[in-house]
Write a protein that binds this ligand. Structure first.
Ligand code: COA
Ligand code: MG
Length: 316
């Protein structure tokens, strides 16, 4: 798949610490929309340079993206650190890197600076690198408008990081995520206002046992309802749940296809508003149905077969 930031499906963004040879190897066996090899906070300062070198070797040895992976990303160290410049210079030149995740973005010019550094390090023969900006401070949340306008066509989305945000703002974490609601909602709204396709929600740090699964599903539901279209993961055991919960479910896709099919008939009969299952359907509802179908197709569902199944659907 070509690296067009608008086409990249990233329901799960799985961090892989680049300091772990075991996890680098394991990453190649996983099915996840995105792999994000981490050079930032999962790697201790003394291991930054060797991990960067190991990651470059790992990526260079890959003949193609691992099967099932749409996006190979690297989270570099932030601009305020001594490792940042080398991270960009080394990884932007690597053909296997589709996306660079920029941590601790504070303003639009942080994104523009990385975009400029990439363009001088990336050979013109390689496809462009897309960018994701991590929003993890109070300041960043107040500068979302400028951040979303940075590096147009190259910035493909925002990622909300809860732990650094909570540290910066001084909020106490609660199970309800109420303390993050304003920031998470602002991130989704700003990304959508700027037409950025990808908005990725916080990490669920619980990953073990039944309680971990219950908590993860609850968080996925909450993020999805707020408008996020993906979630960061820290462990392979989280990926299947996240990919399932951020794909439209069967009932939703059935409904969307019925709406679109019946709407074609309603339109022919000159009706802009009509009824399905006792609910009024009008233009924004039809628009939403269309978006669900496009997303379902991107997630590999056979929406053509569903159109066939529902071809006789009529408006009530
Ligand atoms: N990426 C790739 N493989 C991973 C992985 C990850 N994030 N987390 C675990 N694995 C692998 C392990 O290597 C192991 O595979 P193996 O037995 O074939 O070698 C398997 O999955 C099971 O791992 P497990 O023993 O349950 O986990 P662990 O105790 O080794 O590691 C964590 C637990 C939380 C330390 C680890 O998952 C991790 O480091 N996650 C990422 C943390 C991170 O990047 N944080 C920064 C972003 S918020
Ligand atoms: Mg962080």
């Amino acid at each position: 798949m070509a690296t067009n930031p608008n086409n990249i499906l990233r329901r799960s963004l799985l961090y892989v610490p680049s300091s772990s040879p075991r996890m680098l190897a394991k990453s190649l066996t996983l099915t996840t929309d995105n792999l994000t090899y981490d050079l930032e906070d999962s790697v201790t300062p003394s291991l930054k340079a060797p991990s960067r070198a190991a990651l470059l070797t790992h990526l260079t040895s890959l003949p193609s993206r691992p099967p099932g992976v749409h996006d190979v990303a690297v989270r570099i160290n932030g601009a305020q650190t001594p490792w940042h410049a080398d991270d960009v210079a080394v990884l932007a030149g690597c053909p296997r890197v589709d996306t660079i995740v920029i941590p601790k973005v504070q303003r639009g010019k942080d994104v523009n600076a990385v975009a400029r550094a990439i363009s001088s390090a990336r050979p013109a023969s390689l496809p462009p690198v897309s960018l994701l900006a991590l929003i993890e401070s109070a300041h960043a949340v107040t500068k979302l408008g400028g951040i979303c306008k940075a590096a147009p066509g190259q910035l493909s989305g925002l990622v909300f990081a809860a732990e650094d945000y909570a540290l910066d703002v001084g909020v106490r974490r609660t199970g309800s995520l109420r303390e993050m609601l304003y920031a998470r909602s602002a991130v989704v709204t700003s990304a959508r206002a700027a037409g950025l396709p990808c908005v990725i929600d916080l990490v669920c740090t619980a990953y073990q046992g039944e309680e971990g699964v219950r908590r993860l599903e609850e968080e996925c539901r909450d993020g999805r309802d707020l408008g996020f279209n993906g979630k960061q993961c820290i462990h392979p055991s989280q990926v299947d749940t996240v990919q399932r919960m951020f794909a439209p479910d069967e009932g939703e896709v059935d409904w969307a296809v019925r709406v679109v099919v019946a709407n074609e008939k309603a339109k022919r009969a000159g009706k802009g508003a009509w009824t399905l299952d006792g609910h009024m359907i009008d233009a924004p509802v039809v628009g939403k149905a269309g978006a669900i179908i496009r997303r379902a197709s991107a997630c590999g569902m056979d929406t053509q077969a569903l159109r066939e199944k529902w071809k006789n659907q009529e408006p009530e």
